[in-house]
Design a protein around this ligand. Structure first.
Ligand code: ADP
Length: 354
Protein backbone atom coordinates (compact mmCIF):
# COMPACT_ATOMS: atom_id res chain seq x y z
CA UNK A 1 0.00 0.00 0.00
CA UNK A 2 1.23 3.45 -0.89
CA UNK A 3 1.73 5.70 2.15
CA UNK A 4 1.15 8.96 0.34
CA UNK A 5 -2.50 9.15 1.34
CA UNK A 6 -3.07 11.50 4.24
CA UNK A 7 -6.76 12.05 3.72
CA UNK A 8 -9.40 10.86 1.35
CA UNK A 9 -12.64 12.63 0.64
CA UNK A 10 -16.01 10.93 0.30
CA UNK A 11 -19.06 12.45 -1.38
CA UNK A 12 -22.49 11.52 -2.71
CA UNK A 13 -23.69 13.16 -5.90
CA UNK A 14 -26.56 13.09 -8.39
CA UNK A 15 -29.82 11.34 -7.50
CA UNK A 16 -29.83 9.94 -3.97
CA UNK A 17 -30.36 6.26 -3.26
CA UNK A 18 -30.97 4.18 -0.13
CA UNK A 19 -27.70 2.59 0.94
CA UNK A 20 -25.55 5.63 0.15
CA UNK A 21 -25.09 6.15 3.89
CA UNK A 22 -24.02 2.57 4.36
CA UNK A 23 -21.43 3.16 1.62
CA UNK A 24 -20.19 6.37 3.27
CA UNK A 25 -19.83 4.42 6.50
CA UNK A 26 -17.93 1.59 4.82
CA UNK A 27 -15.56 4.01 3.08
CA UNK A 28 -14.93 5.92 6.30
CA UNK A 29 -14.35 2.87 8.47
CA UNK A 30 -12.08 1.19 5.90
CA UNK A 31 -9.93 4.29 5.46
CA UNK A 32 -9.59 4.82 9.20
CA UNK A 33 -8.68 1.15 9.63
CA UNK A 34 -5.78 1.80 7.22
CA UNK A 35 -4.69 4.89 9.16
CA UNK A 36 -6.00 7.32 6.57
CA UNK A 37 -8.17 10.29 7.55
CA UNK A 38 -11.55 10.90 5.94
CA UNK A 39 -13.13 14.17 4.92
CA UNK A 40 -16.90 14.03 4.49
CA UNK A 41 -17.73 16.40 1.62
CA UNK A 42 -21.24 17.87 1.64
CA UNK A 43 -23.62 18.34 -1.29
CA UNK A 44 -21.60 16.41 -3.86
CA UNK A 45 -19.09 18.30 -5.97
CA UNK A 46 -20.52 21.59 -4.73
CA UNK A 47 -18.91 20.92 -1.34
CA UNK A 48 -15.52 20.75 -3.05
CA UNK A 49 -16.13 24.12 -4.67
CA UNK A 50 -17.30 25.96 -1.55
CA UNK A 51 -15.21 23.95 0.94
CA UNK A 52 -18.21 22.53 2.78
CA UNK A 53 -16.71 19.53 4.54
CA UNK A 54 -15.98 17.90 7.85
CA UNK A 55 -13.22 15.62 9.11
CA UNK A 56 -14.95 12.32 9.94
CA UNK A 57 -14.13 10.02 12.82
CA UNK A 58 -15.65 6.58 13.33
CA UNK A 59 -18.47 8.13 15.36
CA UNK A 60 -19.50 10.51 12.56
CA UNK A 61 -20.79 7.52 10.65
CA UNK A 62 -22.45 5.87 13.66
CA UNK A 63 -26.10 5.03 13.40
CA UNK A 64 -26.42 5.75 9.68
CA UNK A 65 -26.24 2.25 8.16
CA UNK A 66 -30.04 2.02 8.40
CA UNK A 67 -30.83 5.53 7.12
CA UNK A 68 -32.24 6.39 3.71
CA UNK A 69 -31.19 9.53 1.84
CA UNK A 70 -27.62 10.69 2.32
CA UNK A 71 -26.23 12.40 5.42
CA UNK A 72 -23.68 14.05 3.12
CA UNK A 73 -26.56 15.49 1.07
CA UNK A 74 -26.47 15.59 -2.69
CA UNK A 75 -26.53 18.21 -5.39
CA UNK A 76 -26.54 18.66 -9.12
CA UNK A 77 -23.66 21.09 -9.38
CA UNK A 78 -23.31 22.74 -12.78
CA UNK A 79 -20.37 24.91 -11.75
CA UNK A 80 -18.28 21.78 -11.30
CA UNK A 81 -18.43 21.20 -15.04
CA UNK A 82 -16.67 24.53 -15.71
CA UNK A 83 -12.89 25.13 -15.67
CA UNK A 84 -13.29 27.68 -12.89
CA UNK A 85 -15.35 25.28 -10.77
CA UNK A 86 -12.84 22.51 -11.35
CA UNK A 87 -9.97 24.82 -10.39
CA UNK A 88 -11.68 25.68 -7.09
CA UNK A 89 -12.36 22.00 -6.39
CA UNK A 90 -8.70 21.06 -6.90
CA UNK A 91 -7.59 23.99 -4.74
CA UNK A 92 -9.90 22.78 -1.94
CA UNK A 93 -8.36 19.30 -2.18
CA UNK A 94 -4.80 20.64 -2.00
CA UNK A 95 -5.56 22.99 0.87
CA UNK A 96 -7.29 20.26 2.89
CA UNK A 97 -4.73 17.53 2.12
CA UNK A 98 -7.33 15.45 0.29
CA UNK A 99 -5.19 13.06 -1.76
CA UNK A 100 -8.00 11.00 -3.27
CA UNK A 101 -11.78 10.85 -3.48
CA UNK A 102 -14.49 8.23 -3.42
CA UNK A 103 -17.54 9.51 -5.30
CA UNK A 104 -20.84 7.70 -4.86
CA UNK A 105 -23.44 8.33 -7.56
CA UNK A 106 -24.39 7.67 -11.16
CA UNK A 107 -22.77 8.22 -14.55
CA UNK A 108 -22.73 12.02 -14.22
CA UNK A 109 -20.86 11.61 -10.96
CA UNK A 110 -18.32 9.35 -12.66
CA UNK A 111 -17.64 11.93 -15.37
CA UNK A 112 -16.77 14.34 -12.56
CA UNK A 113 -14.48 11.64 -11.14
CA UNK A 114 -12.62 11.42 -14.45
CA UNK A 115 -12.12 15.18 -14.47
CA UNK A 116 -10.70 15.12 -10.93
CA UNK A 117 -8.37 12.22 -11.75
CA UNK A 118 -7.11 14.04 -14.85
CA UNK A 119 -6.19 17.01 -12.65
CA UNK A 120 -4.21 14.98 -10.16
CA UNK A 121 -6.82 13.91 -7.58
CA UNK A 122 -7.25 10.15 -8.02
CA UNK A 123 -10.92 9.28 -7.80
CA UNK A 124 -12.85 6.02 -7.55
CA UNK A 125 -16.59 5.75 -8.24
CA UNK A 126 -19.18 3.63 -6.46
CA UNK A 127 -22.47 3.09 -8.33
CA UNK A 128 -25.35 4.48 -6.29
CA UNK A 129 -28.64 4.89 -8.12
CA UNK A 130 -32.00 3.19 -7.75
CA UNK A 131 -32.27 2.97 -11.55
CA UNK A 132 -29.51 0.32 -11.90
CA UNK A 133 -28.78 1.93 -15.27
CA UNK A 134 -24.98 1.76 -15.16
CA UNK A 135 -23.98 -0.78 -17.80
CA UNK A 136 -20.60 -1.68 -16.29
CA UNK A 137 -22.14 -3.14 -13.13
CA UNK A 138 -24.80 -5.79 -12.59
CA UNK A 139 -25.96 -3.87 -9.56
CA UNK A 140 -26.04 -0.33 -8.18
CA UNK A 141 -26.70 0.58 -4.56
CA UNK A 142 -30.36 1.50 -3.92
CA UNK A 143 -31.93 -0.72 -6.59
CA UNK A 144 -33.12 -3.44 -4.23
CA UNK A 145 -34.60 -1.05 -1.67
CA UNK A 146 -36.45 0.91 -4.36
CA UNK A 147 -37.89 -2.29 -5.83
CA UNK A 148 -38.97 -3.58 -2.45
CA UNK A 149 -40.81 -0.30 -1.87
CA UNK A 150 -42.49 -0.65 -5.27
CA UNK A 151 -43.74 -4.16 -4.51
CA UNK A 152 -45.05 -3.07 -1.10
CA UNK A 153 -46.97 -0.21 -2.66
CA UNK A 154 -48.30 -2.25 -5.56
CA UNK A 155 -49.36 -5.16 -3.34
CA UNK A 156 -51.57 -2.62 -1.54
CA UNK A 157 -53.04 -1.47 -4.82
CA UNK A 158 -53.69 -5.07 -5.77
CA UNK A 159 -55.73 -5.60 -2.56
CA UNK A 160 -58.08 -2.78 -3.41
CA UNK A 161 -58.18 -3.70 -7.11
CA UNK A 162 -59.27 -7.20 -6.16
CA UNK A 163 -62.05 -5.89 -3.89
CA UNK A 164 -63.43 -3.55 -6.53
CA UNK A 165 -62.57 -5.48 -9.70
CA UNK A 166 -60.29 -2.73 -10.95
CA UNK A 167 -57.13 -2.20 -12.89
CA UNK A 168 -54.28 -0.01 -11.69
CA UNK A 169 -51.62 1.38 -13.99
CA UNK A 170 -48.50 2.19 -11.99
CA UNK A 171 -45.62 4.27 -13.29
CA UNK A 172 -42.27 3.59 -11.67
CA UNK A 173 -38.95 5.44 -11.75
CA UNK A 174 -35.88 4.30 -13.66
CA UNK A 175 -34.99 7.34 -15.76
CA UNK A 176 -34.52 5.94 -19.27
CA UNK A 177 -34.04 2.38 -18.06
CA UNK A 178 -36.65 -0.27 -17.41
CA UNK A 179 -34.85 -2.40 -14.82
CA UNK A 180 -37.10 -1.38 -11.92
CA UNK A 181 -40.24 -1.81 -14.03
CA UNK A 182 -39.19 -5.19 -15.38
CA UNK A 183 -38.15 -6.79 -12.10
CA UNK A 184 -40.99 -5.34 -10.02
CA UNK A 185 -43.46 -6.13 -12.80
CA UNK A 186 -42.56 -9.80 -12.43
CA UNK A 187 -42.60 -9.61 -8.63
CA UNK A 188 -46.08 -8.07 -8.42
CA UNK A 189 -47.54 -10.37 -11.06
CA UNK A 190 -48.30 -7.54 -13.47
CA UNK A 191 -50.61 -8.32 -16.38
CA UNK A 192 -48.49 -6.09 -18.60
CA UNK A 193 -45.11 -4.36 -18.34
CA UNK A 194 -44.31 -1.42 -20.59
CA UNK A 195 -40.64 -0.56 -21.15
CA UNK A 196 -38.61 1.48 -23.60
CA UNK A 197 -36.26 -1.42 -24.20
CA UNK A 198 -38.83 -3.89 -25.54
CA UNK A 199 -41.65 -3.54 -28.07
CA UNK A 200 -45.10 -3.40 -26.53
CA UNK A 201 -48.19 -4.61 -28.38
CA UNK A 202 -50.90 -2.40 -26.88
CA UNK A 203 -53.79 -3.96 -28.78
CA UNK A 204 -52.72 -7.45 -27.70
CA UNK A 205 -52.45 -6.30 -24.07
CA UNK A 206 -56.00 -4.88 -24.17
CA UNK A 207 -57.31 -8.13 -25.68
CA UNK A 208 -55.49 -10.09 -23.03
CA UNK A 209 -57.05 -8.02 -20.22
CA UNK A 210 -60.52 -8.58 -21.69
CA UNK A 211 -59.92 -12.32 -22.04
CA UNK A 212 -58.61 -12.58 -18.48
CA UNK A 213 -61.62 -10.66 -17.18
CA UNK A 214 -63.80 -13.26 -18.89
CA UNK A 215 -62.03 -16.02 -16.92
CA UNK A 216 -62.98 -14.29 -13.65
CA UNK A 217 -59.79 -12.36 -12.97
CA UNK A 218 -60.65 -9.28 -10.88
CA UNK A 219 -57.39 -7.39 -10.30
CA UNK A 220 -55.11 -6.08 -13.00
CA UNK A 221 -51.78 -4.39 -12.48
CA UNK A 222 -49.91 -2.73 -15.32
CA UNK A 223 -46.38 -1.44 -14.67
CA UNK A 224 -44.98 1.31 -16.88
CA UNK A 225 -41.39 2.56 -16.78
CA UNK A 226 -41.11 6.36 -16.55
CA UNK A 227 -38.79 6.27 -19.55
CA UNK A 228 -41.84 5.53 -21.73
CA UNK A 229 -42.76 9.18 -21.89
CA UNK A 230 -46.30 10.54 -21.81
CA UNK A 231 -47.80 7.10 -21.90
CA UNK A 232 -48.96 5.69 -18.56
CA UNK A 233 -51.84 8.03 -17.73
CA UNK A 234 -53.30 7.87 -21.22
CA UNK A 235 -52.98 4.10 -21.27
CA UNK A 236 -55.00 3.88 -18.03
CA UNK A 237 -57.85 5.80 -19.71
CA UNK A 238 -57.63 3.59 -22.75
CA UNK A 239 -57.81 0.39 -20.69
CA UNK A 240 -60.99 1.65 -19.02
CA UNK A 241 -62.54 2.72 -22.32
CA UNK A 242 -61.67 -0.47 -24.21
CA UNK A 243 -62.21 -3.12 -21.55
CA UNK A 244 -64.89 -1.58 -19.35
CA UNK A 245 -62.71 -2.23 -16.28
CA UNK A 246 -62.48 0.75 -13.97
CA UNK A 247 -58.84 1.79 -14.15
CA UNK A 248 -56.86 3.96 -11.74
CA UNK A 249 -53.48 5.53 -12.26
CA UNK A 250 -50.63 5.95 -9.77
CA UNK A 251 -47.18 7.44 -10.16
CA UNK A 252 -44.97 6.25 -7.32
CA UNK A 253 -42.27 8.81 -8.16
CA UNK A 254 -39.82 9.76 -5.41
CA UNK A 255 -41.50 7.69 -2.71
CA UNK A 256 -39.32 4.79 -3.86
CA UNK A 257 -36.13 6.85 -3.54
CA UNK A 258 -36.41 6.98 0.26
CA UNK A 259 -36.54 4.56 3.15
CA UNK A 260 -34.26 2.30 5.10
CA UNK A 261 -31.95 0.26 2.83
CA UNK A 262 -32.54 -3.48 2.47
CA UNK A 263 -29.98 -6.11 3.41
CA UNK A 264 -28.80 -6.35 -0.22
CA UNK A 265 -28.10 -2.63 -0.42
CA UNK A 266 -26.30 -2.52 2.92
CA UNK A 267 -24.18 -5.52 2.01
CA UNK A 268 -23.33 -4.17 -1.42
CA UNK A 269 -22.46 -0.78 0.13
CA UNK A 270 -20.11 -2.49 2.58
CA UNK A 271 -18.36 -4.55 -0.11
CA UNK A 272 -18.10 -1.74 -2.65
CA UNK A 273 -17.08 0.86 -0.04
CA UNK A 274 -14.27 -1.34 1.23
CA UNK A 275 -13.07 -2.10 -2.30
CA UNK A 276 -13.11 1.57 -3.35
CA UNK A 277 -10.76 2.54 -0.52
CA UNK A 278 -8.46 -0.42 -1.18
CA UNK A 279 -8.20 0.52 -4.86
CA UNK A 280 -7.40 4.12 -4.01
CA UNK A 281 -4.75 3.16 -1.46
CA UNK A 282 -3.27 0.74 -4.00
CA UNK A 283 -2.61 3.72 -6.24
CA UNK A 284 -5.52 3.08 -8.63
CA UNK A 285 -7.78 5.79 -10.02
CA UNK A 286 -10.53 6.53 -12.52
CA UNK A 287 -12.18 3.19 -11.77
CA UNK A 288 -15.78 2.36 -10.98
CA UNK A 289 -16.39 -0.45 -8.52
CA UNK A 290 -18.75 -3.01 -10.05
CA UNK A 291 -20.55 -6.17 -9.18
CA UNK A 292 -20.27 -8.81 -11.86
CA UNK A 293 -21.44 -12.41 -11.46
CA UNK A 294 -21.60 -11.84 -7.70
CA UNK A 295 -17.97 -10.68 -7.52
CA UNK A 296 -16.73 -7.20 -6.71
CA UNK A 297 -14.51 -6.00 -9.55
CA UNK A 298 -13.51 -2.64 -11.03
CA UNK A 299 -13.67 -1.12 -14.49
CA UNK A 300 -12.00 1.92 -16.01
CA UNK A 301 -14.57 4.73 -15.88
CA UNK A 302 -13.90 5.88 -19.43
CA UNK A 303 -14.19 2.34 -20.79
CA UNK A 304 -17.37 1.92 -18.74
CA UNK A 305 -18.77 5.13 -20.15
CA UNK A 306 -18.24 4.01 -23.74
CA UNK A 307 -19.71 0.62 -22.91
CA UNK A 308 -22.74 2.44 -21.51
CA UNK A 309 -23.10 4.51 -24.69
CA UNK A 310 -22.74 1.42 -26.85
CA UNK A 311 -25.45 -0.36 -24.85
CA UNK A 312 -27.78 2.64 -24.97
CA UNK A 313 -27.05 3.36 -28.65
CA UNK A 314 -25.66 6.85 -27.92
CA UNK A 315 -22.06 6.47 -29.16
CA UNK A 316 -20.64 9.58 -30.80
CA UNK A 317 -18.14 9.79 -33.66
CA UNK A 318 -14.65 9.06 -32.41
CA UNK A 319 -15.77 7.60 -29.06
CA UNK A 320 -14.17 4.24 -29.81
CA UNK A 321 -11.00 5.58 -31.45
CA UNK A 322 -8.84 5.06 -28.38
CA UNK A 323 -9.84 1.42 -27.96
CA UNK A 324 -8.30 -1.62 -29.63
CA UNK A 325 -10.26 -4.00 -31.84
CA UNK A 326 -10.16 -6.58 -29.06
CA UNK A 327 -11.56 -4.09 -26.53
CA UNK A 328 -14.36 -3.12 -28.89
CA UNK A 329 -15.22 -6.79 -29.45
CA UNK A 330 -15.30 -7.27 -25.67
CA UNK A 331 -17.64 -4.28 -25.33
CA UNK A 332 -19.97 -5.70 -27.97
CA UNK A 333 -20.05 -9.08 -26.23
CA UNK A 334 -20.75 -7.36 -22.91
CA UNK A 335 -23.66 -5.38 -24.39
CA UNK A 336 -25.08 -8.53 -25.95
CA UNK A 337 -24.88 -10.31 -22.60
CA UNK A 338 -26.79 -7.43 -20.96
CA UNK A 339 -29.51 -7.23 -23.61
CA UNK A 340 -29.91 -11.03 -23.76
CA UNK A 341 -30.41 -11.02 -20.00
CA UNK A 342 -33.01 -8.27 -20.32
CA UNK A 343 -34.88 -9.90 -23.20
CA UNK A 344 -34.95 -13.25 -21.43
CA UNK A 345 -36.42 -11.70 -18.29
CA UNK A 346 -39.05 -9.86 -20.34
CA UNK A 347 -39.98 -13.13 -22.01
CA UNK A 348 -40.31 -14.79 -18.58
CA UNK A 349 -42.52 -11.90 -17.43
CA UNK A 350 -44.82 -12.32 -20.41
CA UNK A 351 -44.99 -16.10 -20.11
CA UNK A 352 -46.16 -16.05 -16.50
CA UNK A 353 -48.32 -12.94 -16.52
CA UNK A 354 -51.77 -14.47 -16.85
P1 ADP B 1 -25.82 11.01 -11.58
O1 ADP B 1 -24.46 10.93 -10.98
O2 ADP B 1 -26.86 10.37 -10.71
O3 ADP B 1 -25.83 10.50 -13.02
P2 ADP B 1 -25.87 13.76 -12.55
O4 ADP B 1 -25.85 13.38 -13.98
O5 ADP B 1 -26.76 14.87 -12.12
O6 ADP B 1 -26.25 12.52 -11.60
O7 ADP B 1 -24.37 14.10 -12.13
C1 ADP B 1 -24.05 14.46 -10.81
C2 ADP B 1 -23.02 15.57 -10.79
O8 ADP B 1 -21.79 15.13 -11.39
C3 ADP B 1 -23.39 16.82 -11.55
O9 ADP B 1 -24.24 17.66 -10.84
C4 ADP B 1 -22.03 17.45 -11.78
O10 ADP B 1 -21.58 18.15 -10.63
C5 ADP B 1 -21.16 16.25 -12.01
N1 ADP B 1 -21.02 16.02 -13.46
C6 ADP B 1 -21.95 15.54 -14.31
N2 ADP B 1 -21.51 15.51 -15.57
C7 ADP B 1 -20.24 15.98 -15.55
C8 ADP B 1 -19.23 16.21 -16.53
N3 ADP B 1 -19.44 15.96 -17.83
N4 ADP B 1 -18.05 16.71 -16.11
C9 ADP B 1 -17.84 16.98 -14.81
N5 ADP B 1 -18.74 16.80 -13.83
C10 ADP B 1 -19.93 16.31 -14.18
Amino acid sequence: MSMKFRRIGVLTSGGDAPGMNAAVRAVTRTAIAHGVEVMGIYEGYKGLINENMKLFGDRDVSNIINLGGTILYSDRCLEFKTEEGMRKAIETCRKNMIDGIVAIGGDGTFRGATDLTARGIPTIGIPGTIDNDITSTDYSIGFDTAMNTVIQMVDRLRDTCESHARCNVVEVMGRNAGYIALETGIAVGATAIVLRECPFDEAAALEKIKALKATGKRNFIVIVAEGVENYSEGFAKKIQAETGIETKFARLAHVVRGGSPTLRDRLMAARMGEEAVNLLLDGKSNLVVCERDSKIVAMDITYGQMLDRMYKGTLKDGDLDRFSEAEIEDMKAFCKMRSDWFDKLYQVANTISN
